[in-house]
Design a protein around this ligand. Structure first.
Ligand code: NAP
Length: 416
C-alpha cells in the first residue's frame, strides 16, 4: 500500500502475523503515534530506552524500524485538520503492531474520543493492563509487593459504544416515547439517554483471551468483576457468559469456587485456574485490604476503566501504569494516562507508563532480554532515588530529574 504522509522505513521488515513463534523479523516495522500534550516528551524518552535495551541485548542483530503514523493534534497539522486520518487505520492493519502516546479528548462535546475510535474501528477488544509494584516506587500501600494483577477490560461495548442521545434532541424524544409508551419505562422528563450493550460474543472473546493469557503465564485465578446484582441482563449476563466460556472451552484448565470447596476441600489443584466473581463495589475494598487474593481480573468496559486507574494508584499512579489494546488482527500498546496538557513540552513528566507499555510489546515480540533490561535499568535508577517530579514529591531524599535525564539514567543503568 502507498501512503500520503507515512514514510515506511526502507530498512524494516513487515510483521505478518500475531501470536505465533517466528512471526517477528529481526528488523520489525513498528508504528508509533507520538500523542498530544506530554506525548512528544515521553515518546522520545521511551524510544531511546527501548532502542538502547535492544541494542545492548542483541548487539545490532535486532533493531526496531520505527514508522511514525498520525492521530490527534499532530495529525490535524499534517492532514489539514483531520485528527484521525484513514491512513492511520490502514497502516495499523498492514503493519499489525503499534504503540501510542496519549490523545486529547474534549469533554461534553467536540469530537468523539480518538482512543475509543481506534479501539472500535480496529476491533481492539481486550484492554490489557498489568499492575505490579517495583521496589522504590512510592505507594500508599503498606505491602505494595502484594499487588501483582492483570486487568482484562472489555474495550468495545458497554456505555462506551457511543449510543447516547442528548436531552431535547429529536432522537432522544423518539427513544423516550418508545421507552415510555411501548416498554412502560419511567424516568424524569428531559433525561439524557445512553444504551449499554453487552453481548455474549464480546464477553466470551475477552474471556477467551484472558484464559489463554492466564494459562500461558501460569496465573492462578481469574476474577470476574461485575455489577450483576443491579444490572442483571448486562453485567449479570457478562458474569454468566464468562463462567460459561470457561466451562465449555477451558473445562480441563479451570475450576469454580463452588467446585474448589465441594470437590477439593478448598485446596486449589495444580494446573487449574480458579474462576470466581466479585461485585464491582466490593472489589475496590478488597483490592486495598486483600490484594494478594487477585491475579487476573476481567471486567466490562466502564468497571475496567475505573479499576485500572484505582489499581495503578496502589503501585505508583497512572504515570507508570502500562497498557495494550489487543484484537485478533492488530495490537496497539499505549500509555494509560492522558495528555497532562499543563506539562506539554516541559520535559518533566514520568515516561514510565509508555516505557512499560513498550516492555509489554517487547515481551509479546519474544524479545525478553530487552524487556528485562529495561526493567533492570529502571529498578536500579529508582534505587538511586533518581526520579521525575511525581515520585520526587513522595520520596525523601530524591533527586528530581527531567524526563530526558531519567531516560539517560535508565540507559546508563542497563548492565548487560
Ligand atoms: P491526565 O492527562 O492523565 O492527567 C492527570 C494528572 O495525572 C496530571 O495532571 C498529572 O498529575 C498526572 N499524570 C498524568 N500523566 C503523568 C505522567 N506521565 N507523569 C506524571 N504524572 C502524570 O488526565 P486528564 O487531565 O483527566 O486528561 C487530559 C486529557 O487527556 C483529556 O483530553 C483526556 O481526554 C485525555 N486522556 C487521554 C487518554 C489516552 O490517550 N489514552 C487517557 C486519559 C485521558 P499532577 O497534576 O498531580 O502532576
Amino acid at each position: 500500500m502507498t501512503y500520503q504522509n507515512i514514510v515506511v522505513p526502507a530498512d524494516g521488515q513487515k510483521i505478518t502475523c500475531l501470536g505465533e513463534a517466528g512471526c517477528i523479523p529481526d528488523n520489525p516495522i513498528i508504528a508509533f503515534i507520538e500523542g498530544d500534550g506530554i506525548g512528544r516528551d515521553i515518546m522520545t524518552a521511551s524510544r531511546r530506552i527501548w532502542d538502547a535495551a535492544v541494542e545492548k541485548s542483541y548487539g545490532g542483530q535486532r533493531k526496531i524500524a520505527w514508522m511514525e503514523i498520525y492521530a490527534g493534534e499532530k495529525a490535524a497539522k499534517v492532514y489539514d485538520g483531520d485528527y484521525m486520518p484513514q491512513e492511520t487505520f490502514d497502516a495499523l492493519r498492514e503493519f499489525l503492531v503499534g504503540i501510542k502516546g496519549p490523545l486529547t479528548t474534549p469533554v461534553g462535546g467536540g469530537f468523539r474520543s480518538l482512543n475509543v475510535t481506534l479501539r472500535q474501528v480496529l476491533d481492539l477488544y481486550s484492554c490489557v493492563r498489568p499492575v505490579r509494584w517495583y521496589p522504590g516506587v512510592p505507594s500508599p500501600m503498606r505491602e505494595p509487593d502484594k499487588v501483582d494483577m492483570v486487568i482484562f477490560r472489555e474495550n468495545t461495548e458497554d456505555v462506551y459504544a457511543g449510543i447516547e442521545y442528548e436531552a431535547g434532541t429529536p432522537e432522544n424524544e423518539k427513544l423516550t416515547r418508545f421507552l415510555r409508551e411501548e416498554m412502560g419505562a419511567t424516568f424524569f422528563e428531559g433525561s439524557g439517554l445512553g444504551i449499554k450493550p453487552i453481548s455474549a460474543f464480546g464477553t466470551k472473546r475477552l474471556m477467551r483471551s484472558a484464559l489463554r493469557y492466564a494459562i500461558q503465564r501460569g496465573r492462578k485465578s481469574i476474577s470476574i468483576m461485575h455489577k450483576g446484582n443491579i444490572q442483571k441482563y448486562t453485567e449479570g449476563a457478562f458474569r454468566n457468559w464468562c463462567y460459561e466460556l470457561a466451562r465449555d472451552e477451558f473445562g480441563d484448565y479451570t475450576i469454580t469456587e463452588d467446585e474448589l470447596w465441594d470437590q477439593y476441600g478448598g485446596k486449589q489443584p495444580e494446573g487449574r485456574i480458579l474462576i470466581k466473581d466479585r461485585i464491582a463495589d466490593i472489589i475496590f475494598q478488597h483490592m486495598l485490604l486483600r490484594p494478594a487474593e487477585f491475579d487476573v481480573i476481567i471486567a466490562p468496559n466502564l468497571n475496567g476503566d475505573y479499576l485500572s486507574d484505582a489499581l495503578a494508584a496502589q503501585v505508583g499512579g497512572v504515570g507508570i501504569a502500562p497498557g495494550a489494546n489487543i484484537g485478533d488482527d492488530v495490537m496497539l500498546f499505549e500509555a494509560t494516562h492522558g495528555t497532562a496538557p499543563k506539562y506539554t513540552d516541559l520535559d518533566k513528566v514520568n515516561p514510565g507508563s509508555l516505557m512499560f507499555s513498550g516492555v509489554m510489546m517487547l515481551e509479546f515480540m519474544g524479545w525478553q532480554e530487552a524487556a528485562d533490561l529495561v526493567r533492570d535499568g529502571y529498578t536500579r535508577t529508582l534505587a538511586q532515588k533518581v526520579v521525575t517530579y511525581d515520585f520526587a514529591r513522595q520520596t525523601d531524599g530524591a533527586t528530581e530529574v527531567k524526563t530526558s535525564e531519567f531516560a539517560t539514567a535508565i540507559i546508563n543503568n542497563m548492565n548487560v
